[in-house]
Design a protein around this ligand. Structure first.
Ligand code: PEP
Length: 262
């Protein structure tokens, strides 16, 4: 059923690794990983490592993502980085990660502008959405998902929606959050259905079938196969476990295996 969609495995290194360390990691991974067409491996290093890695990377083996970008192309925004500045280094950009939403107070409006800015600059936005622990406890998961999707995609036209990837990351499942627990496959399957339902209403049924939906939250090499087998889940966004090259490489190999079984 999912055979036409690629599998995306994304390493979100967050604020870890100097450019030198990032380069050593890439070197190690590149020596071990044999790419296949149906699995797209993506590294999301810190901004300071993008140029170094973009010169080193074999783009047939790995692609790069930024972890964030500004919503304007240029301007007086001290300390910020625009999509225009990074677009020669990366193909993807993570937008609306829960750490951006809840630590840096990014609003839905800002996230919508960033998604539009990424597309305008030829980058694929990976739009992160997910309910908080409180929303989940109050039975508001569906509302939270719909609200974040409606807002995040509010500036995305029918012509551009095929350029967007959605990452479902329940905030309570992200390993760096206190008391984090992995989401259950049943919950994740339910939410991916909600996402496709929303996309079908807002765009059309074919778009809903085609859009790639990833899961992120406490995934490691022991749990990756299970998550990748969930109906409608097209890949993984991995934080903590991606900091170890051996572990990330193991997850890439698992993705190749699961994809072949489909
Ligand atoms: C994340 O922060 O996007 C994430 C999925 O982190 P972890 O894998 O560490 O839960």
């Amino acid at each position: 059923m999912d055979n036409n969609r690629k599998t995306y495995i994304i390493a979100n290194w967050k604020m870890n690794f100097t450019p030198g360390e990032a380069s050593l990691y890439l070197n190690k991974l590149a020596n071990r990983y044999q790419p296949v067409r149906k699995v797209q491996a993506i590294l999301a290093p810190g901004m300071v490592s993008l140029q170094t890695l973009s010169l080193q990377i074999n783009r047939r083996q790995f692609k790069l993502a930024a972890q964030n970008c500004h919503w304007q192309d240029y301007g007086s925004y001290t300390g910020e980085v625009s999509p225009t500045q990074i677009r020669s280094f990366v193909d993807y950009v993570i937008i609306g990660h829960s750490e951006r939403r809840y630590v840096f107070n990014e609003t839905d409006k800002i996230i919508a502008q960033k998604v539009a800015a990424a597309i305008r600059n030829g980058l694929t936005p990976i739009l992160c959405i997910g309910e908080t622990e409180l929303e989940r406890r109050d039975g508001e998961t569906k509302a939270a998902i719909y609200d974040q999707l409606a807002a995040g995609l509010s500036q995305v036209s029918a012509e551009d929606i095929d350029k967007v990837i959605i990452a479902y990351e329940p905030v309570w499942a992200i390993s760096s959050n206190k008391g984090a627990k992995p989401a259950s496959p049943l919950d994740i399957e339910e939410v991916q259905k909600l996402i496709r339902k929303h996309i079908a209403r807002r765009y059309d049924a074919q778009t809903a079938e085609n859009i790639s939906i990833l899961y992120g939250g406490s995934v490691n090499k022991d749990t990756a196969a299970g998550y990748l087998s969930i109906d409608g889940i097209d890949g993984l966004l991995i934080g903590n476990a991606s900091l170890i090259a051996d572990q990330f490489c193991a997850i890439l190999e698992i993705a190749k295996g699961v994809k072949n079984e489909r």
